[in-house]
Design a protein around this ligand. Structure first.
Ligand code: ARG
Length: 310
């Protein structure tokens, strides 16, 4: 079960909150009827933005290895580094070098990355505790797949499965999708497509998952469907054994999109301070305990009860 999956150094938004709650509910339910559920938090913890964050971190806190940088507001830190990245060519060049060093797991850059990761996860874990999200939810972000991405991309290129487009990018065409998957950027860097492709392979072949469920907003439907199709084309999926689903929920619009007034980007940590909400959450948890203690199969439970349990 792939759920929650916020992005490191950015604030978790309502889309991640919905994924967390739906994914956690489905996991509990499937576990309850006897499935062996592996809960995976596919964190956005890799990629080019970390170059800019590390470069800024190093400038601001030169002795970061001896003293933990006192960053209280990672969101503000992200904005500051983005402003520098967009306006300062020299900084941009250094940020780029940092990504290369990070992706080759250079110890200093890896430690700097881990500092940002840990600060961000403290905030996320606080929310998970409050929501009583299972401790079995495993932190397994995009970074986990770095070595697998290297191997996979090499294989795809050597097998002639990918092609290089007019802008020097390595792409893979997938049946039924006009836009190809972007496997490597022109500078060789990997993308969201690359990590999801390496990820589905790992889940099928190493985890031996027989049912993979992605609880992700509907805005990512095309991305996920093309990953599923690519996995099939590459011969990793055996339809008689494997089932892969995208549990799509409504699209969350960002502040930069139209329909801003309908957008629900909420500083929900603040919202959760209200005791009344905590009272209701606790009550629901107590109720769900009462129901889960009863050993019944799903078919015997009235749907209204199941709904309340979820
Ligand atoms: N395997 C996946 N792509 N899972 C969902 C990841 C969600 C992503 N971190 C986002 O915030 O959009």
């Amino acid at each position: 079960m792939d759920y929650s999956a916020p992005n490191i150094a950015k604030e978790m938004h309502v889309g991640h909150l919905r994924s967390t709650i739906i994914g956690e509910s489905l996991s509990r339910l499937l576990e309850w009827v006897g499935h062996d559920v592996l809960r995976l938090n596919h964190l956005g913890d890799w990629g080019t933005q970390f170059g800019m964050l590390i470069a800024h971190l190093v400038d601001k806190y030169p002795n970061l290895l001896d003293e933990r940088p006192p960053i209280e507001d990672l969101q503000a830190f992200y904005r500051e580094s983005k402003v520098r990245f967009d306006n300062d060519e020299e900084f941009k060049r250094r940020a780029h070098q940092c990504v290369v060093k990070l992706q080759s797991k250079d110890p200093f850059h890896y430690k700097a990355w881990k500092i940002i990761y840990d600060i961000s996860m403290e905030v996320n874990n606080d929310l998970y505790r409050r929501l009583k999200v299972s401790e079995k939810l495993l932190e397994r972000g995009e970074s986990f797949y770095q070595d697998r991405m290297v191997t996979l991309v090499k294989y795809l290129q050597e097998a002639g499965i990918t092609e290089v487009d007019e802008e020097g990018r390595t792409v893979m065409y997938v049946k039924g999708f006009p836009v190809p998957l972007m496997i490597a950027k022109s500078d060789g860097g990997f993308t969201y497509d690359t990590s999801d492709l390496a990820c589905i392979k790992q889940r099928l072949e190493e985890e031996k998952g027989d049912w993979i469920i992605y609880v992700v907003d509907a805005g990512q439907s095309t991305h996920l469907q093309s990953i599923f199709q690519a996995a099939d084309q590459l011969g990793w999926v055996d339809k008689s054994k494997h089932r892969i689903d995208h549990v799509a929920f409504g699209l969350v619009l960002g502040e930069d999109k139209r329909n801003t007034r309908l957008a629900l980007i909420v500083h929900f940590l603040a919202m959760f301070e209200h005791q009344a909400i905590w009272f209701i959450v606790d009550l629901l948890c107590q109720l769900s305990k009462i129901f889960t203690n009863k050993r019944q199969t799903l078919g015997q439970v009235p749907w209204a009860t199941t709904g309340r349990l979820l």
